[in-house]
Unconditional design. Structure first.
Length: 116
């Protein structure tokens, strides 16, 4: 079964930066529009950034201008560069396809905590 593995989270002060990584099976990944999602305690999982297999990107208004999504199809890896982090960005961040269920399940996610 294909897997998704997220990493790169941590504790950062407001205004700081982090880069998240997502590793997936390249054979599926390279054909799949992907997204970064986040889920804060007591809230639903929301899509914050998406990227097509060809590299076209789109962002939620809450992160536009601060986050940058990118991908390397050959490596089966997607990134999320997060700048100017705010406390409200604190959440568990997940990667997955935008539609369908090609990877079979969600990964474990990576925790991002923005706090002074």
């Amino acid at each position: 079964q294909a897997q998704l593995v997220e990493s790169g989270g941590g504790l950062v002060q407001p205004g700081g930066s982090l880069r998240l990584s997502c590793v997936a099976s390249p054979t599926i990944f390279r054909l799949t529009s992907m997204g970064w999602y986040r889920q804060a305690p007591g809230k639903e999982r929301d899509l914050v950034a998406r990227i097509t297999s060809g590299g076209l990107t789109n962002y939620a208004d809450s992160v536009k201008g601060r986050f940058i999504i990118s991908r390397d199809n050959a490596k089966g890896t997607m990134y999320l560069r997060m700048n100017s982090l705010k406390p409200e960005d604190s959440a568990v961040y997940y990667c997955n396809a935008i539609s369908g269920n090609p990877f079979g399940s969600w990964g474990q996610g990576t925790q991002v905590t923005v706090s002074s």
